[in-house]
Design a protein around this ligand. Structure first.
Ligand SMILES: [Zn+2]
Length: 297
């Protein structure tokens, strides 16, 4: 197998993970959790979302979280930004990086952000311009790349169009989302083949959900194709509020473990990571399946 020496894990648990949890999590618990994650060797944490608090009440305290977390200079603290209002709020309290998002399928995009795909481009362009003006890098998310809960199969040409538009806007990387966890390894292979014909591999990342337990298999295909950035959430937390039944992200600890055992460095210290996992597991009063895993080295 041809494997990279190193890949980057972008921890999205505090945002993508929490946004679908039914319980409300007190701000100080989030802050403590993010502080613990910041000491694990991770260099990227998506800590919250500056969408209107009405849409995702569990993340309504994004600004407080941003103010209270202890910033590790080695960590990029990113947040999801839907529009200019969100960007202004975020810049006031301090973010290192903005993430903009949209879907490759029109119905999911409408359910998620109340706009058609075409109507979304100018809104995101404004955010990207505003963030770049404030000297922030911007990352783009494309949801439903491998399937949509409403429209079913998604045409790879639609994916290409959205990826192209985001790159043209000025994002430095596009994260390809299997938002509902329906992708299979052959499909990931084929979609990446198509995209890699047009976009450089170091500008693409994978964001895989694990509804059918295929996220690690899909990750492996990504690794073999040369993708070097993977999003994941501690404990496999998460889902999609607009895609009923979709389960969480690939669990970061599973990903870190698999890659580590294969000799691929993620820079994350597993034991420290598990301490952060136990902390939020207790706080959510939830048993996260991956935590039974014991690593013996
Ligand atoms: Zn996600």
């Amino acid at each position: 197998m041809k494997l990279p020496k190193k890949v980057q894990i972008k921890e999205v648990g505090p945002r993508d993970g929490l946004q679908n949890e039914k319980v409300s999590v007190p701000t100080h618990i989030k802050v403590e959790w993010i502080n613990k994650l910041s000491e694990t060797g991770l260099d990227y944490i998506e800590f919250s979302s500056f969408v209107h608090p009405k849409w995702i009440p569990v993340l309504a305290d994004a600004a407080e979280v941003a103010k209270l977390i202890k910033r590790n200079p080695n960590v990029t603290y990113a947040a999801l930004i839907p529009n200019m209002k969100g960007l202004e709020r975020a810049l006031t309290v301090g973010i290192d990086e903005a993430s903009v998002f949209m879907s490759a399928s029109d119905t999911h995009n409408r359910k998620n952000i109340n706009k058609s795909i075409e109507e979304t481009f100018p809104v995101l362009q404004e955010v990207v311009d505003g963030a770049i003006k404030a000297e922030k890098n911007v990352r783009g998310y494309v949801s439903t790349v491998f399937g949509c809960p409403y429209d079913g199969a998604v045409d790879v040409d639609e994916v290409k169009k959205v990826v192209y538009k985001l790159m043209e806007m000025g994002v430095y990387e596009v994260s390809l989302g299997d938002t509902i966890g329906v992708a299979n390894p052959k499909q990931v292979n084929d979609v990446l083949d198509e995209l890699l014909r047009e976009f450089p591999v170091d500008k693409l990342a994978l964001h895989l959900h694990d509804t059918r337990g295929m996220a690690l298999a899909n990750t492996l295909v990504g690794v073999e194709k040369g993708i070097k950035t993977f999003d994941s959430a501690l404990g496999g937390l998460g889902g999609c509020p607009y895609a009923k039944g979709a389960t969480g992200n690939v669990a970061s600890e599973d990903l870190i473990h698999m890659l580590g055992e294969m000799g691929i460095d993620t820079n994350v210290q597993f034991e420290r990571f598990m301490e952060a996992a136990k902390y939020i597991e207790n706080a959510l009063n939830k048993s996260l399946p991956s935590h039974q895993l014991q690593i013996v080295r």
